[in-house]
Write a protein that binds this ligand. Structure first.
Ligand SMILES: [Zn+2]
Length: 319
């Protein structure tokens, strides 16, 4: 790589239970934002509330209206009553109904809140979309003003709700300028695009070197599906070797992606080949495949008298 990468400190993304938990709406102008901050990006007032809270207060208001309506019906019934007995009946049944209503409402509060929330998402779809677009342009402007780490962090927060390849590629091209480290809060699966892009392949390769454990099915499949194009990349060979090196940590990947592993087995770093050798050796089914035969011939050719390949050395290797 000829480009120089910047040493940076990436802010940690605060994870929330549901991806819309961070989405807030302005009580004054009704606009939405996913970015933190006191004041509304649209009207500047400090009237932002989480959508869940807004839905809960809407649910409460709806329930209060139901109660008021019931009370009104009871009053009408009492007013229409002809004598004391009818008044007593109207008041008595009315109170029982009211008590039942309150009881039912209490049990339904959670469900009603979710109903209100899905209503908000349905009716305010366009407004929410506009809000997120606005958040994204804030991120882009921040990057343009030279603050690329801050801009990356803003875009990353919008990516919790916005999922499209354009945003993924924007994030990847920012990440490309940073010197990544294994202790950083990085993500992989959410950044893999639908179509092939060298940025994605490069990033998968980098993660395979930095955080082997993050390489899972999606990344491996992406690499396999685009293998010819990756081979054309300047750094392609290294990417493929790194991903194969990461994949051999699990027997499941070796079994599922045998063809891929076979193509690069000979070129794995010694330590990774030892790992693969023992994975294949421990499984008679794998051993009877072509991969099993390859193992023996590569071992005989490259590591003829290496003690690491003895059966009792298997436990010593880390995955
Ligand atoms: Zn506002």
């Amino acid at each position: 790589m000829t480009t120089t990468k910047k040493a940076v400190q990436l802010p940690v993304l605060e994870r929330s239970r549901r991806n819309y938990d961070r989405l807030r709406t302005c009580r004054r102008c009704g606009k939405y934002t996913i970015l933190p901050g006191e004041s509304c990006p649209n009207c500047g007032r400090a009237r932002l509330v989480p959508v869940m809270e807004r839905a809960r207060s809407r649910a409460r208001r709806k329930m209060l209206n139901e109660i008021l309506f019931t009370v009104l019906l009871i009053i009408i019934a009492i007013l229409l009553a002809q004598d004391m007995t009818q008044i007593a009946i109207a008041a008595g049944t009315g109170l029982i109904l009211l008590a039942l209503l309150v009881l039912v409402q209490r049990r339904m509060t959670g469900r009603e809140t979710l109903r209100q929330l899905s209503r908000m998402f349905r009716y305010d779809h366009a407004t929410i979309h506009d809000g997120l677009v606005h958040d994204q342009s804030t991120g882009v402007e921040t990057v343009r003003s030279g603050k690329d780490v801050e801009g990356y962090h803003i875009l990353r927060q919008t990516a919790v709700l916005v999922r499209n390849d354009r945003l993924r590629l924007a994030l990847l091209s920012l990440l490309q300028n940073f010197r990544l480290r294994s202790d950083m809060d990085l993500e992989l699966e959410s950044l893999i695009t639908r179509d092939f892009d060298p940025l994605v392949a490069d990033y998968i390769g980098e993660i395979a070197r930095l955080k082997r454990d993050m390489i899972k099915d999606r990344a491996i499949r992406y690499i396999i599906a685009n293998e010819p194009r990756i081979l054309e990349m300047e750094n392609g060979w290294n990417i493929l070797i790194s991903v194969a090196s990461a994949a051999v940590r699990m027997k499941r990947y070796v079994t599922m992606y045998q063809g891929f592993i076979r193509r690069y087995a000979r070129f794995l770093p010694r330590e990774r080949f030892v790992r693969l050798y023992h994975v294949v050796h421990s499984d008679p089914a794998l051993q009877s495949e072509v991969l099993g035969q390859d193992m023996e011939s590569i071992r005989a050719e490259l590591y003829p008298s290496d003690p690491a390949f003895e059966p009792d050395a298997a436990g010593a290797e880390r995955p």
